[in-house]
Each structure stands twice: as C-alpha cells, then as structure tokens.
Design a protein around this ligand. Sequence first.
Ligand SMILES: C[S@@+](CC[C@H](N)C(=O)[O-])C[C@H]1O[C@@H](n2cnc3c(N)ncnc32)[C@H](O)[C@@H]1O
Length: 279
Amino acid sequence: MNKPLPPSQSKEFSLSDQDFEKVAEFAHKNFGLAMSSSKKPLVSSRLARRLRQLNITDFQSYIKQLDGPNAGQERNELLSLLTTNVTHFFREPHHFDTLRDETLPPLLEQARRGGRVRIWSAGCSTGQEPYSIAMLLRSMCPEVSNLDVKILGTDIDPVVVNTAKAAKYQLDDLAQLPKEYKPKDLTGDTMPDNIRSMITFGTLNLIEPFPFKGKFDAIFCRNVAIYFDTPTQQKVWSAFQKALNPGGYLFIGHSERMSGPAATHLTTAGVTTYINNPT
Ligand SMILES: C[S@@+](CC[C@H](N)C(=O)[O-])C[C@H]1O[C@@H](n2cnc3c(N)ncnc32)[C@H](O)[C@@H]1O
C-alpha cells in the first residue's frame, strides 16, 4: 500500500485540461478507451502516483515517455492505471448456466464425433474466466482433454496474461469454487495440468483487427467494452459477430449493451447473451 503523502507533497502535480486531453487522446487511439472529463480527478491522482514512482516532475515529460520505440512498458503501465483487472471465478454465474445447459451440450456432441470446438475469453485479465470455462467443460465431459476442444484467453496487458499462464491463485479464492466444478485433483494453489492444457493465452488488443483464421463457437467478452466509447464498442461487437460460427454464442458484461450493425445479426438468448444468426 502507498503511504499517504504529507500535505506539502500531495498537490505537487496538477494535470491541466490540455494534458488530460493528451492522455485521453492517447488512450483512445491506442487502447480504444473513452475518457470523459469526469474521469480527470481519478486519472490525475493515479498518474501523479506513477510520476512519483518514476521521479518525473511534470505530466508533459510523462506524456513524451509514451512515444518512441521503448515506450511499450510505460504504455502498459498507463493502461493498468486507467482500467481495472478485477475478475473472479464463475463471475456472473448465469452465463455459466447457459453455457452448461444450452451452449455446450451440442458442441460436446460435435467434439465426440471428431469435430472442433473453440471458445474465446477476450479480455481475460488474470485468467479466472477461461479457467472457469475449462473447469465447467471438464465437469461435463471428463474426457474433454482427448477431444479437439480448446479455449483461447487473451488480454491487452502482458502482465495479467503472464499471471493467467502461471495458473496460480489464492487458496481462499479456490476454496470458494462451486463444488460441482472444482477439479478433484486441484489440491494446492495451481490449476491442474489437464485444465491448463485446454487453454492457450496470448496478448491481443481488441481494437485492432483479429489475427484468427478459424471461427469461434462461443466468445466471452465481459467487462472490457465498458471502457470503450460507443463507436469503438460497435466496431468490436461487429468483429466478434464476424468471428463467430453461425449459432455461436456471445456473452457480454452485465453493464454492457449490444448496439450497432452486429445487433441485426444476433438474437438475444438471455441476459447479455446473444446467438449469431444462421447465414
Ligand atoms: C475488468 S477486466 C475483465 C475480466 C473478465 N473478462 C471478467 O469479466 O471478469 C477488463 C480487462 O480488459 C482488458 N482490456 C482493456 N482494454 C482492452 C483492449 N483494448 N483489448 C484487450 N483487452 C483490454 C484489461 O487489461 C483488463 O484485464
């Protein structure tokens, strides 16, 4: 935890409207984030903390650090400051009920007949979402590791992607996993190998064109697009719709809304749940 600063130091940085605009423009162009002026106090205090860590005394010098060939690391730091990585296992459980009762049974049938099943957790943060999907799959189909069923977990932030790959979690969080999904061989703090082997993790910025050839049977993109402005959200929804097989499912976050051209190709199938129409 950061120590509270003495009053003489706490006001040493001031983010002018112009500097805020520059940060907001940078975040929009590079990460798709929408930052209205109401976010200025939050951005200002989080950035001030970062400047102190870096021993930089003004925002303009900081903004300069975000450009240039070696700026990657600082861009990621900025993204982490502006967004949250909060996630947990089986978050928004109604989506996992739909996955268990409606989405997966025909897909597992398809996989047992030799077919391929692909599920994407887009904006997966530290991995609890794709691991929840993997645990659910294995509870429904113990032999799933022998089938062509794969999960992809991606996030723009390489730090959270590395945490997800490590598959190590707080024992308290693992103790709260629903009994029916908790793998019997999960005894310590690390996900068992047969769960880990179902998931591939990678970094991916959702506002850039997707690099995949094949399509997905289900896409989870929850509590990510909430940071995007409406045009960016609609672009991302359309890209997901095009990346889904006919009949594929799209799950979005509880405070996100489907809109734009994608909405005409998707049928509502429950709360924040959509099915891609057959073409
Ligand atoms: C609140 S977490 C959501 C995690 C999980 N989907 C859930 O609902 O529990 C939001 C994640 O979105 C990621 N993110 C933000 N902007 C992104 C972008 N442009 N492309 C990909 N991921 C992004 C953040 O790094 C963060 O890990």
